[in-house]
Design a binder for this molecule. Structure first.
Ligand SMILES: NC(=O)c1ccc[n+]([C@@H]2O[C@H](COP(=O)([O-])OP(=O)(O)OC[C@H]3O[C@@H](n4cnc5c(N)ncnc54)[C@H](OP(=O)(O)O)[C@@H]3O)[C@@H](O)[C@H]2O)c1
Length: 330
């Protein structure tokens, strides 16, 4: 039997726990190390998930020889520096979405991964479950005809509106666009590629991050994508693709893609498809990453680095047109 990929996690917060559970269900990976800035938090996480190695600084984990791959689960503002620290120590990196705060940071990270000849991938986890792979297959096969319209939204009302927490704190690159607006954007990018032009509006909150953002992207063939994110209310959390021959609806919560309805415009027939997760869903991105390592690949065809860069460029333009920057970008 092949050796499993030895994973380390940096930043033992909420999503680190979901990833640890995902690894528990993965066929080709195991969790061996955790790094926190605090001894107490590293030990608590270790105990919770039976992790053999604990590090009390990110640097120590990056330099350690006990891991092959590192999952970075820190706030957005920390992604670039933590990723580069790991890449420079020849660690393969799966970094949570968004890969970084802006396109300039993403570009620096990609250059570093290429210079060190290691694998880097953005953890856009909803691309990897079987149902989302099926959506891409259906679109590529032309079953919906030529795609002209996409609508997708992700809005929720956080229980904790702590202005210092990562969702609302501008110093941690908070706001709806980078945190959840990236899901509709990444979805539209997967289906239609890079937009040619756009229009956007944002509502800034007390802390000067966008609490709602809406945009319309326009593509070369005239297609439109209407995308929305909100930290002020819960929205449909659905995604809808319409083409000349049919349409496809990804049901709530489309970011944990497990249910869809396909409609043919010609026969008027509807097909409802359910593909439930095995595990909690995070296992799919971990397994894909492990497969890339086994094949000695340095980039993923499912979430390519150039596409992460293109999405970061679109987010930069949306923020610029809505007139907001993060304090460290001034
Ligand atoms: N895929 C998804 O469904 C999903 C869902 C939620 C979030 N995310 C992404 O996951 C990442 C982390 O989100 P989260 O909700 O897990 O955050 P979180 O619960 O706040 O945890 C973040 C962790 O980062 C570490 N950290 C490092 N520098 C920090 C700083 N300056 N301020 C605060 N914490 C810092 C902390 O660990 P130590 O201090 O102990 O080292 C903390 O536990 C983000 O990129 C977010 O977009 C993804």
């Amino acid at each position: 039997m092949k050796e499993k990929v030895r994973w380390g996690i940096i930043g033992p917060g909420r999503i680190a726990r979901a990833f640890a559970e995902g690894l528990h269900h993965s066929q080709n990976g195991k969790l061996v190390a955790i790094a926190s800035r605090s001894k107490e938090r590293a030990e608590r996480f270790s105990k919770e998930w039976q992790v053999p190695f604990q590090f009390y600084s990110y640097q120590e984990l990056a330099e350690s020889s006990v891991v092959d791959a590192v999952y970075i689960a820190t706030p957005h503002s920390e992604h670039m520096d933590t990723t580069i620290l790991c890449l420079q120590n020849k660690k393969n990196v799966l970094c949570e979405k968004p890969l970084a705060v802006n396109a300039s940071q993403v570009k620096t990270m990609i250059e570093s991964a290429r210079a060190e000849n290691v694998l880097l991938m953005e953890g856009m986890w909803s691309r990897f479950p079987p149902l989302m792979r099926k959506v891409k297959e259906i679109v590529l096969a032309g079953s919906l005809g030529e795609i002209f319209s996409i609508q997708a939204d992700f809005g929720f009302l956080p229980k904790n509106k702590d202005p210092n927490g990562r969702l609302f704190n501008p110093a941690l690159a908070g706001g709806s666009l980078l945190d959840i607006g990236i899901y509709p954007l990444s979805f539209a990018s997967m289906i239609l590629g890079m937009p040619k032009s756009f229009a956007a509006l944002a509502t800034l909150g007390k802390t000067q991050v966008d609490e709602q953002t809406s945009c319309i992207l326009k593509y070369e063939n005239g297609a439109h994508a209407l995308l929305h994110s909100s930290l002020r209310c819960e929205t449909n959390q659905e995604a809808f693709i319409a083409g000349t021959d049919g349409s496809l609806r990804l049901h709530k919560q489309c970011w944990k893609p497990q249910k869809m309805t396909i409609q043919s415009h010609h026969s008027r027939k509807e097909e409802y498809i359910e593909m439930p997760f095995e595990g909690n869903g995070f296992n799919y991105e971990a397994e894909h990453f492990g497969q890339l390592l086994e094949e000695d690949k340095k980039d993923s065809e499912v979430m390519p680095l150039e596409e992460s860069l293109s999405i970061a460029r679109t987010m930069d333009k949306i923020r610029e047109s809505c007139g907001f920057k993060y304090p460290f970008e001034e």
